[in-house]
Structures are given as C-alpha cells and as structure tokens.
Design a protein. Structure first.
Length: 184
C-alpha cells in the first residue's frame, strides 16, 4: 500500500480522454520495471533497465518535477488506474543546444491502442500552451518506426540527423508556428 508521501507525489498533471498523466512515485517501481525492463519495449535502447536503473529513473524524474516543473509522468488508464507507461517532457542536448523533448514508453500489452499518441499530444500541447516553448523535439533512432509514427501523428517532421549518446538518431521537431497553424 502506498504511503502518504507516495500519494502526494502521484499528483495528476494532465488528463486526456483515457489517461491521467501524473508524477511518478517510488510505489511505481514494480509496474515501471516491468515496462522499462522488457527487452522488446526497450529494443531501441542500449539495454533494458534493471530495477536499480528504474529506481534512478523515478528519482531523476522526481528531481525534474522539483527543478524544472516537468519530467516524464506515469500514464494511468482512467478506467482501471493501471500504470501503462510514461510520457512527458525533458531537456535534451542536441549538438550543444538544449531543447525540450517529448518522450514516451508504453507497456507492450497496450501497444497499438493509440495511448502513446494520446499522451504525446497532451504533452505537446502542455509544452506550447503552458510552458511557452518555441520548438519541441523527439530524439528517435532511425529504425524505430513505431516511435517515428507517434512523432508524425503529433505533427512532428524529421528535422535533422544527429548522434546522441554515441548512437545515430533523427531529431523530429515541431515549432510553435507549425503547432498554431495546425490548430487553426
């Protein structure tokens, strides 16, 4: 059972039709480790995450909430309360410059249900509406077709290739002007 501190840190940030995006908490360890530790889900990462890495993942995002006001948030299905992944905003460096990135991971059993797109759309709008950024990016490995599809469905296009953490990536992006044009 989650403690009072755990409940406080599970603060809802964004709601969509089917999801509540909320702050990750230590009580999410088991469910999140099952997602980030799955070899197929993490096939575009250097390796799946072990429990210790997931603890650090949660702690890093809690630090982001405090310091930046955003991070990767847990994705809870409204209908069941099940944690089905994470999605949110982080600062990533691309060729020496900081950019806000939208990132997402969804539990394999919930793939192809539009959950990543639904969450990423909400995060995109939060980034432009609430945080007032000028450009939102997604760093995606060229061979990661599913993630590229999510980026394209939220209005991003391939901006440029880059090397991120010694691995080739495509930088997908959408600017504020493109976002405004698409909404009108």
């Amino acid at each position: 059972m989650a403690g009072a501190e755990d409940d406080v840190s599970r603060r809802a940030v964004i709601e969509t039709e089917r999801l509540v995006l909320r702050e990750l908490a230590p009580g999410d360890l088991d469910q999140l480790a099952a997602i980030l530790g799955d070899p197929e889900t993490m096939r575009f990462y250097p390796a799946p995450y072990g429990r210790d890495q997931v603890v650090l993942w949660i702690e890093r995002n809690q630090r982001r909430y405090r310091e930046d006001g955003f991070g990767l948030w847990g994705l809870d299905l409204k209908e069941t309360g099940e944690l089905v992944g994470d999605c949110g905003l982080t600062i990533q460096e691309v060729e020496g410059a900081p950019f806000m990135e939208v990132g997402y991971h969804v539990k394999k059993a919930r793939w192809r249900q539009g959950l990543a797109t639904e969450a990423a759309l909400a995060c995109r709008d939060h980034a432009f509406d609430v945080l007032g950024i000028d450009r939102l990016i997604a760093l995606i490995r060229p061979e990661n077709s599913p993630s590229r599809g999510v980026a394209e469905r939220i209005g991003m296009t391939a901006w440029k290739p880059t090397v991120h953490r010694d691995i080739p990536h495509l930088v997908y992006a959408i600017t504020r002007d493109e976002w405004v044009s698409a909404r009108s």
